[in-house]
Design a protein around this ligand. Structure first.
Ligand code: NAD
Length: 466
C-alpha cells in the first residue's frame, strides 16, 4: 500500500489516500496518496529548481541516465507486469507485451536517440539550438498507464526537461514502481516528481500552474479540450493525445480472413481500451456477409476471463462505470436496429467488470455507435462501395488517430493510406513502430509523441546566426 507523494527526491507520506481495485476481482490491490494543490505547487517548484542543472546536462549524460533507468525497469519487469495485471486487468501476455515491454523499449529508444542524434541543426548561417522547454506536467490515463508514462517522461528526460507526473486515479501502482526505478537509477532529486490524485483537483492544478511550461496530456477529448483551453490562456504548449474511432479499410483485393481477424484482434486488444483501436471495420459490400461471419467467429473464439490464466485473451474492462457505459452504447445500437453478430451485454461473471467481445452489423454509418468512441470491446462492421467511398467513410469522423488499410497491392494501399486524415495507418497489419510519430488529427489531439519528434515536443528553438 502506498501513501506517498514524491517531491524533491523524497517520498513524503500523506494522510489522505485512495484505494486501487482489481477490475477482475473487485478487490483492493493497493492504494495511492491523494495529493493536494499545495503538493502540486511544491512539486512544480522542485522541478523548476532541478531543471537548472538537469537542463544543462549534455546529451550523453541524459542517455546514460536513461540507460540506467532502462536497466532498472528490466530488473523490475515482473513487478511491473504484476502491477498492470492487478490495476488494469490486462491478461498476463498483454500486460507483458503491450504494456511493460513496450514501455521499457520506449526508454531504450529515447536513450539511443539522445546519444546518437544531435538535436541541433544547421540552416545556412544559422545554428538552430533545440533547448529544454522547462517543466513538463505529465497527465496519464488508465488504459496503458506505464506505456503512456514512459512515452512522456522518457522523452522529457531526453530533452533535458524536468517533470511532475499525475497518474490516473484508477491505475497509479505501476507509476509508483516506475518512479522507484527512476530513483534507484540515480536520477537527481526533483527531476521527476509524482503527485497522484483526482484529475479535477491535482490534474487541473498542474495544468493551471504557471511554473509548468508544457503539458503532456493523454486522456479523453472532453478533458483534453479543457486542458488545451487553460494552457492556451497562458500560451503554454499542450501536447494532447486524445480519443479515436479509427477505421480499418479492407480493399477488394485484400486477404479477407487476414484483414478481418487482424482487425478484430486490434479492436479487442486490452478489452478494446486502446485509443488507437480500429473500431470501425469497412469491408467491400460484396463481401459484407462473409466478413461479418468471420469477425463474429473470431470474436466468439476469444477467451474472456481471469487475467492470470494464460488461456485468457480478454480481461475485464477497467470499472463498473465503464462497463455500464459500454453496455449502454451496445444496447442502444441494438435498440436502433443494429444486429448483434457476436457478444452482447449479458453478465458473464459474478465478480469483475467483464464483457464479451462484441461485433455489431447492419449499423447505419451515422449511428452514434459508428461515430462515438466507446472504449470497450466493440467492433462495428460497415460495408463500403469501393476505394473512394471507403476513404470518405473513414474520414467522416470527428477523430483521426489511427487506421488500417488491407490490400494485395502495396502502392494502392499506400495511396489510400495517404488520403486518410489520421495520425497512423498500418498496412496489412504491419508492426507498431515505437520510433514513428504518434498522435492525432482533429479531435484526437495536438502534437506527437514517441521517437525524435516526441523529444522535440519538449524543446524550444533558438536560432543563432553566425
Ligand atoms: P480522462 O480524460 O478522464 O483522464 C485522463 C487523465 O486526466 C487522468 O489522469 C485524470 O485524472 C486527468 N484529469 C481528469 N480531469 C482533469 C482536469 N480537469 N484537468 C487535468 N487533468 C484531469 O481519460 P481516461 O478515462 O483516464 O482515459 C480514457 C481516454 O483516454 C479515452 O478517451 C482514450 O481514447 C484516451 N486515450 C488516448 C490516447 C492517445 O494516445 N491518443 C491514449 C490512451 C487513452
Amino acid at each position: 500500500m502506498r501513501n506517498t507523494v514524491l517531491i524533491d527526491g523524497t517520498w513524503q507520506e500523506r494522510a489522505s489516500t485512495s484505494a486501487v481495485y482489481n477490475p477482475a476481482t473487485e478487490e483492493v490491490v493497493g492504494s495511492a496518496a491523494s495529493a493536494s494543490v499545495e503538493d502540486v505547487d511544491a512539486a512544480v517548484r522542485s522541478a523548476r529548481r532541478a531543471g537548472i542543472d538537469w537542463g544543462r546536462t549534455d546529451h550523453a549524460t541524459r542517455a546514460d541516465m536513461l540507460d540506467e533507468v532502462h536497466a532498472r525497469l528490466l530488473a523490475d519487469r515482473r513487478l511491473l507486469v504484476d502491477a498492470i495485471v492487478a490495476e488494469v486487468g490486462a491478461p498476463v501476455a498483454v500486460a507483458e507485451e503491450a504494456h511493460v515491454d513496450l514501455a521499457i523499449e520506449l526508454i531504450a529508444s529515447f536513450a539511443r536517440i539522445a546519444r546518437d542524434e544531435p538535436m541541433h541543426t544547421t540552416i545556412g548561417n544559422s545554428t538552430v539550438l533545440r533547448r529544454p522547454a522547462g517543466v513538463v506536467g505529465c497527465i496519464t490515463p488508465w488504459n496503458y498507464p506505464l506505456y503512456q508514462l514512459a512515452a512522456k517522461v522518457g522523452a522529457a528526460l531526453a530533452a533535458g526537461c524536468t517533470t511532475v507526473v499525475k497518474p490516473a486515479e484508477l491505475t497509479p501502482l505501476s507509476t509508483y514502481l516506475f518512479c522507484d526505478a527512476l530513483l534507484a537509477a540515480g536520477l537527481p532529486p526533483g527531476v521527476v516528481n509524482l503527485v497522484p490524485g483526482q484529475g479535477s483537483v491535482v490534474g487541473s492544478a498542474l495544468v493551471a500552474h504557471p511554473g509548468v511550461d508544457v503539458v503532456s496530456f493523454t486522456g479523453s477529448t472532453t478533458v483534453g479540450r479543457e486542458v488545451g483551453r487553460v494552457s492556451g490562456e497562458q500560451l503554454k504548449r499542450a501536447c494532447l493525445e486524445l480519443g479515436g474511432k479509427s477505421a480499418s479499410v479492407v480493399l477488394d483485393d485484400a486477404d479477407l480472413t487476414a484483414a478481418v481477424t487482424g482487425s478484430v484482434e486490434a479492436a479487442m486488444l486490452n478489452s478494446g481500451q486502446t485509443c488507437s483501436a480500429w473500431t470501425r471495420l469497412l469491408v467491400p459490400r460484396t463481401r459484407y456477409t462473409e466478413a461479418v461471419e468471420l469477425a463474429a467467429a473470431h470474436a466468439d473464439a476469444m477467451v474472456v476471463g481471469d487475467p492470470l490464466d494464460p488461456a485468457t485473451t480478454l480481461g475485464p474492462v477497467i470499472s463498473g462505470r465503464q462497463r455500464v457505459s459500454i453496455a449502454a452504447a451496445v444496447d442502444g445500437a441494438v435498440a436502433r436496429g443494429a444486429r448483434l453478430a457476436a457478444g452482447g451485454t449479458d453478465a458473464i461473471a459474478e465478480r469483475g467488470h467483464f464483457l464479451r467481445p462484441t461485433v455489431l452489423a447492419d449499423v447505419d454509418r451515422h449511428d452514434p455507435v459508428a461515430r462515438d468512441e466507446i472504449f470497450g470491446p466493440v467492433l462495428v462492421v460497415l460495408p463500403h462501395d469501393g476505394d473512394e467511398d471507403a476513404i470518405a467513410a473513414a474520414n467522416d469522423s470527428e477523430y483521426g488517430l489511427a487506421g488500417a488499410v488491407w490490400s494485395a497491392d502495396r502502392e494502392r494501399a499506400l495511396s489510400v493510406a495517404g488520403r486518410m486524415d489520421t495520425g497512423q495507418v498500418d498496412v496489412n497489419g504491419a508492426a507498431f513502430n515505437p520510433l514513428a510519430p504518434f498522435g492525432g488529427w482533429k479531435n484526437s489531439g495536438l502534437g506527437r509523441e514517441l521517437g525524435r519528434v516526441g523529444i522535440e515536443e519538449f524543446t524550444e528553438m533558438t536560432s543563432v546566426q553566425m
